[in-house]
Write a protein that binds this ligand. Structure first.
Ligand code: V47
Ligand code: SF4
Length: 399
């Protein structure tokens, strides 16, 4: 039987321009696309075209596997020295009494409150304050590891590291080595925003530059360690700024191979200085996931951060190149709820996450932070399975 895939239909569409057809052929032939190609995808690629190509890559790399982990978040403070215009935290510096600044012991109490829970990762990140210096974080990481050695510490971003190393007159190399020795396991992808100074200076002035962000990840990778990368899109940037951002990530990944996951972060416009900007549409979100998947051929994973975009969009994103939907996040993460994210109380049990993935015909795989498989839930039944009467194995776009 000759099965015509969605991809064949897209490529053979007589209305498709020659340029877009050539890019599609490159993708099918597993060739890298250029920056000009990426710009054309942003400017002209339809949702169905991009989705078909991104899904082809996603399924080549991972089949139906869809990864998640069991983690919890700690935000040591919601007050920050910097005043990034997109951020819903920074205004609190003037009203410090409205915020929180946890001590070492208070953070350890949060860690200990998960002692009887099967979490594998703590994701620790928050605002930048002077009392949180090299000594504070190195002592904290050591204490977490001493208390629970199996818990993966994914903590801080180059924004904090650049600030604390500068204060202590430490080089990036010496600083990151010290963090590794103290118990840091990996670095999350935050603080990247948009690298190009034309945009970065306007939305994130004063904090580490794009170049410094990339250099700290490079140093960390040279130590044999892993990290993630993000891009905050949908505010004042143009498409070419996004391509420039992706280009710099792809180049560094060619050099080090240390990135695990790319996480596009949609700008949310509540309670910040950019509230006058409309948010981009869900179509643009899906196009952006797909283009990221197509362009970043050397990244294994593309993650949709469900607390930010909501559960329905997270399900949809799995047909547009995404293969990871982050964790169970058994906590209330405030950065996003303050910025107007879809999920005001972002907590999902493992069972709910597994169901979410199964209901769009994918295989739920619990992973640890480094993508070792913890458990394949494909054949694990839950009591709530009978509640869903829909089609459990939806055909997905592309083949
Ligand atoms: O760097 C802040 C973003 C990031 C807003 O590595 C906003 O696994 C949208 O990096 N609208 C931090 N985004 C979060 C982050 C992250 C999240 C989940 C998983 C991982 C990972 C990393 O949040 C910041 C900034 O780019 N952010 N404010 C806003 N209004
Ligand atoms: Fe501070 Fe980060 Fe918010 Fe910028 S995005 S103001 S560095 S918490």
């Amino acid at each position: 039987m000759n099965i015509i895939s969605d991809l064949d239909i897209v490529i053979n569409d007589p209305k498709l321009s020659n340029e877009l057809r050539d890019i599609a052929i490159k993708v099918v032939d597993q060739q890298r696309i250029s920056n000009d190609d990426a710009l054309m995808l942003y400017e002209q690629g339809s949702l169905s075209y991009l989705g078909s190509l991104a899904n082809l890559i996603r399924e080549r790399k991972h089949g139906d596997n869809t990864y998640f982990n069991r983690n919890f978040h700690i935000e040591p403070t919601n007050i920050c020295l910097y005043t990034c215009t997109f951020c819903s935290y920074s205004r609190l510096i003037k009203k410090r009494e409205e915020g929180w600044e946890y001590t070492h012991d208070e953070i350890m109490d949060i860690v200990k409150s998960y002692d009887d829970k099967p979490v594998t990762e703590v994701h620790l990140v928050g605002g930048v304050l002077p009392q949180y210096d090299v000594k504070f974080y190195s002592t904290l990481f050591s204490a977490i590891k001493a208390h629970r050695p199996d818990l993966h510490v994914k903590a801080l971003t180059p924004v904090e590291y650049h600030y604390i190393f500068k204060k202590d007159k430490l080089s990036y190399e010496d600083g990151m080595k010290l963090m590794l020795q103290s118990g840091l396991d990996s670095m999350p992808g935050g603080g990247a925003e948009i690298f190009h100074p034309e945009i970065r200076d306007q939305i994130a002035g004063g904090k580490c530059s794009g170049e410094q962000w990339l250099r700290i990840h490079e140093v960390w990778h040279e130590l044999g360690c892993k990290s993630n990368a993000t891009m905050l899109y949908g505010h004042i940037e143009s498409f070419w700024h996004r391509v420039d951002h992706l280009d710099q990530l792809r180049q560094l990944q060619d050099k080090t191979g240390g990135f695990q996951t790319f996480i596009p972060l949609k700008f949310r416009n509540e309670n910040n200085q950019l509230s006058h900007l409309p948010e981009v549409s869900v179509i643009e979100d899906l196009r952006n996931y797909a283009i990221s998947r197509i362009y970043l051929d050397n990244f294994d994973h593309i993650k949709a951060y469900w607390p930010m975009i909501g559960r329905d969009m997270a399900q949809l994103s799995l047909a547009f190149g995404v293969d990871d939907i982050d964790g169970t996040i058994d906590d209330t993460t405030k950065i996003y709820s303050m910025a107007g994210s879809e999920e005001q109380n972002p907590a999902l049990s493992t069972e709910q996450l597994v169901q979410m993935i199964k209901r769009v015909g994918r295989r739920p795989i619990e992973r640890d932070t480094l993508y070792n498989v913890v458990q394949d839930y494909t054949d694990v039944a839950f009591d709530s399975d009978h509640e869903y009467k829909g089609y459990l194995s939806l055909p997905v776009i592309g083949n």
